[in-house]
Design a protein around this ligand. Structure first.
Ligand code: AOF
Ligand code: ZN
Length: 345
């Protein structure tokens, strides 16, 4: 039974991954309906205001096999089913009405409106409940949502790139890119994972970046990310730069660089941002690390000698007590990427 449960939960997690970068302020969630060892249907939460994963999975079963097929089935869902009305009706009611026999979920809902309520509501109606199956894996799906629920701040991914001599520039006349197309395609995928891209006024002045999604496949079912420029001197921003003039300029925000925590808090509270990607120069990178605002670090290393004065992280003492956990290395063309979560020792 336990091996079976883990197997189906893995399947539900795979479904849930479809929602990454699409569901904020809600979490990505996946669900699978199983009966007699056979998958009857699966679904994932497509966005805030749309049906939750377990309702999507049950709807898939109704559409192909009819409502009666749900009776006596087991529903695997990566997150504890919700139990109060939000934008949508409670999933506990949906599961009860469908006549399912058993509900297996992975992670507890960090939203206090739902946390810890599903078990007794379902059990009172004769539905067996198992919780915690693959909870750690499923938590990876909701870590950004959990950060906002617990701290009111988005999950922040810092992206840096540097040459072998730790610089962010190339010799004069060689162009501005350190990394090649393969690594830059990965940065596009990173932008698709998040709801906002954060940069500094300095970077906007120097690089005039677009900080948007270019690939129509990545844009499918997603909005362009918010773009937040942190600056102490808004008057010095080049208002003819793409961020302020392109088709989604209404999703560009300017905030006070001297209070980055407040700016990030506003992103979460006012713009529904669960995850943000920081793409900036060394000074802002260092100040966010020093302020303990970074949750994950994606560092690219390019096999060139840059020269020039600018290191990819330019600060003092930021490394005190910082540990990088669960590092993953990957190669993109000639470049190398290290991705790890940032924790305090
Ligand atoms: C679930 N299944 O697929 C998701 C859940 O405003 P609503 O109705 O969309 O409710 C949002 C809350 O529901 C959200 O804060 C989180 O606690 C939970 N998300 N719950 O049972 C799902 N996405
Ligand atoms: Zn729900």
């Amino acid at each position: 039974m336990q091996g079976e449960d883990a197997r189906w939960m893995r399947r539900a997690i795979e479904e849930g991954k479809n929602g990454i970068g699409r569901t904020s302020p809600n979490p990505p969630v996946g669900a699978v309906v199983v009966k007699n060892g056979v998958e009857l249907g699966a679904g994932w939460h497509r966005g805030a205001g749309l049906p939750h994963a377990e309702r999507e999975a049950m709807a898939a079963v109704r559409a192909t096999l009819g409502a009666a097929a749900l009776e006596g089935s087991t529903v695997y869902v990566t997150l504890e089913p919700c139990s109060t009305h939000g934008r949508t009706p409670p999933c506990t009611d949906g599961l009860i009405e469908a006549g399912v026999a058993r509900v297996v979920y992975a992670a507890e809902d960090p939203n206090p409106a739902h946390a810890g309520r599903a078990d007794s509501l379902l059990e009172q109606r004769g539905i067996a409940v198992s919780r915690g199956v693959l909870a750690a894996e499923a938590f990876q799906l909701i870590r950004a949502f959990a950060k906002v629920q617990r701290h009111g701040l988005p999950w922040v991914i810092l992206k840096t790139a540097m040459s072998l001599d730790g610089r962010v520039t190339r010799p004069p006349g060689e162009g501005m890119w350190l990394t090649r197309e393969e690594a830059r395609a990965e940065v596009q995928r990173l932008r698709a994972e998040v709801d906002a891209v954060v940069t500094s006024g300095e970077t906007v002045r120097k690089d005039r970046p677009r900080l948007d999604l270019r690939d129509p496949d990545l844009l499918e079912g997603r909005l362009q990310p918010w773009r937040l420029v942190l600056t102490a001197d808004p008057a010095s921003l080049p208002m003819d730069a793409p961020l302020f003039t392109d088709a989604h300029r209404d999703r560009t925000l300017i905030d006070d660089r001297t209070h980055p925590e407040e700016a990030l808090r506003r992103l979460a509270q006012e713009h529904g941002v669960s995850a943000a990607l920081v793409e900036c120069g060394g000074r802002l990178a260092a100040s966010l690390l020093e302020a303990g605002l970074v949750d994950e670090w994606v560092a690219f290393l390019a096999p060139i000698v840059g020269g020039g004065p600018l290191p990819s992280v330019a600060g003092n003492g930021f490394a005190e007590g910082l540990v990088l956990k669960d590092p993953v290395f990957r190669r993109f063309g000639p470049d190398v990427m290290l991705r790890a979560t940032v924790a305090r020792a």
